[in-house]
Design a protein around this ligand. Structure first.
Ligand code: N01
Length: 545
């Protein structure tokens, strides 16, 4: 970053990202009188739902719960057509919010923030973009989402491939016509599991390359029932208030009995009922599925048996049945006809658990010593989650220290909101907060409110700088790990653990202590005069004293 460059503008707050976090931040901060500028790399709003346009993309949190709660008229007027919303409907909602609150005029689209450096003397951030903007701001907010840096594996020969390559997390906006094509899909996480059934209906042939099978529960999606929508809208405010203090930020029917407190017969009946209801509520069948291996085994085994009932070819069914990690410790998948898809004549499964894909050839790829030819390859290979997007910006705090350097052994935050030595840098749903282990909309609103209230507090109190104390941060980092270590989560090679990215430090990144518990911790922090944070008074006010 060159000091010779002209400062083009000064604002109170710069926000990166115009997804659900950035939109609500802009709405709140602007309403409170702060000059605010948003930079967004896409040409539209919506974040995750702007980029992930692959066929079958759908939310696995119910529509009535996966939406903003901050505006009563908005939540009463908006109608969701389905119980679980498809990507186009969620994107339409994001666009509606941007228009309704007149947000676009303060968003610079197709503009990526490349660097943000903190100037200790001036107590200001200098932010640079790939379009040559240079902005000074008191506050800098990364509202960049948790899974927004798509990851394509480095496979030898990929650059020589002559067909089309697509990543689910960066799907072409004009769509991809795979009709008549022979295609490969690499990856069987949430994205792959949603895309494969739809691609199989469109393409001539689909070959799925599976490294690790996943547990998936049918969504049992359906058109929105008017009486169900009505029930929610009748007391939306109360329901939203209740959601904020639950374990995951959503109202689900959680059984508070341990799995082995009931008979084998009752356990099976419980799993059958949950399977019929569908969705991630399956993990709420008993209260100890994520903390007790034996309990988890019963839930895992039930799903394996379901797979074997659905998939007609026993060999394929065996390959699709996950065995190497407890159910729920990788993100549970929610599908619409995933396992049934393997009964189609035009779908094959290739197990690459023992040996990775050897190479991509100009015509296709080679795996397990066999050559395949494909018109297109779809990468459903996930993201450099939680930290990847933060590191894509050259963020430097006190003494020029890079965030990436400070976090070389794993992310270090206080409450997943701020990191010591990076004053006035806020992260929305950052590592160390419930984030991806929650209904994101609930966590986003909570963080936006916390950050906005903190900025207002500073203005009201004549404070210029906010930063976590080192000790508070160290204690929080320990607490996040200790909490995870009391569960089965560290037993899986998941992206929660950074295990999907070669060389990434292995540690559990989200806070698994529960959305309600986390919220109370944040409330206590504020009630105790922002315990764990330190502030510096306005330079002008301090000089006058
Ligand atoms: O990514 P993933 P995703 N060779 O990382 C495989 C959210 N989401 O995009 O398991 C071969 O889960 C990899 O194998 P393995 C949700 O939070 C939500 O599917 O690492 N395979 C895995 O099978 C989700 O968890 C929704 O062994 C390779 C797959 O690619 C998160 O986004 C929908 C490979 C990646 O799975 C990410 O989901 C979609 C390689 N080199 C996404 N590298 C809903 O709301 C990776 N893989 C429903």
């Amino acid at each position: 970053m060159s000091d010779q460059q002209a400062t083009t503008s000064t604002v109170d707050v710069v926000i990166v990202g115009a997804g659900f976090s950035g939109l609500y931040l802009l709405h709140r901060l602007r309403g409170l009188g702060f000059s605010t500028r948003v930079f967004e790399r896409g040409d539209g709003v919506g974040g995750t739902w702007y980029w992930n346009r692959y066929p079958g993309a759908r939310c696995d949190v119910e529509s009535m719960q996966y939406s903003y709660s901050f505006d009563e008229a908005l939540q009463q007027e908006w109608h969701w057509p389905e119980k679980f919303s498809a990507q186009p409907d969620i994107l339409a909602y994001a666009n509606h919010v941007a228009d309704r609150f007149d947000l676009r005029k303060d968003i610079d689209f197709e503009t990526s923030v490349t660097a943000a450096h903190y100037d200790e003397a001036a107590r200001r951030w200098t932010i640079e973009t790939d379009r040559g903007d240079r902005v000074r701001a008191q506050h800098f907010i990364m509202a960049t989402g948790c899974i927004s840096t798509a990851q394509t594996p480095e496979i030898e020969g990929l650059s020589d491939y002559e067909g089309g390559t697509y990543h689910t997390g960066n799907w072409p906006h004009e769509g991809v016509d795979v009709s008549g094509q022979h295609i490969a899909v690499i990856g069987t996480g949430s994205s792959g599991i949603q895309a494969i059934p739809v691609l199989a209906e469109q393409a001539a042939h689909v070959t799925v390359f599976q490294r690790t099978p996943n547990y998936s529960i049918p969504s049992q999606n359906e058109p929105m029932r008017p009486e169900y929508e009505g029930e929610w809208k009748a007391d939306y405010q109360d329901k939203r208030a209740e959601m904020r203090y639950t374990a995951h930020g959503s109202l689900k029917d959680l059984n508070d009995k341990p799995a082995h407190s009931v008979s084998e017969e009752e356990r099976q009946t419980t799993y059958e009922k949950r399977w019929e209801i569908g969705g991630a509520g399956y993990l709420g069948s008993f209260n100890n599925l994520l903390t007790d291996q034996e309990a988890n085994d019963t839930a895992s085994e039930f799903v394996r048996q379901q797979i074997k009932k659905i998939v007609k070819d026993p060999e394929t069914a065996e390959l699709l049945a996950p065995k190497t990690y407890p159910i729920g410790t990788k993100r549970i998948c929610i599908d619409s006809g995933y396992f049934e898809t393997y009964n189609r004549a035009n779908v094959d499964l290739v197990d690459i658990s023992e040996k990775p894909i050897e190479r991509v050839t100009p015509e296709g790829l080679t795996a397990n010593g066999k050559r395949y030819e494909f018109d297109s390859i779809v990468f459903a290979t996930g993201f450099d989650a939680m930290t990847g997007t933060l590191f894509n910006v050259d963020i430097r705090g006190r003494a020029g220290q890079a965030l990436k350097e400070k976090w070389y052994a794993g992310p270090r935050t206080y409450l997943g909101l701020m990191s010591e030595a990076f004053p006035n840098l806020f992260m929305i749903t950052g590592p160390g907060s419930p984030s991806v282990k929650s209904n994101m909309l609930v966590s986003i609103e909570q963080h936006v409110d916390f950050v906005t209230d903190s900025i207002v507090h500073m203005r009201d109190q004549g404070l210029e700088v906010m930063e976590p104390e080192r000790q508070a941060e160290d204690d929080w980092v320990d607490h996040v790990q200790e909490t995870a270590n009391r569960t089965l989560f560290p037993r899986a090679n998941s992206w929660y653990m950074g295990a999907n990215i070669p060389g990434k430090p292995r540690l559990f990144m989200p806070y698994i202590g529960g959305v309600g518990r986390y919220r109370r911790i944040c409330e206590d922090v504020i009630a105790e005069s922002y315990k764990g944070f330190r502030f510096e008074a306005n330079a002008s006010a301090a000089a006058a004293e």
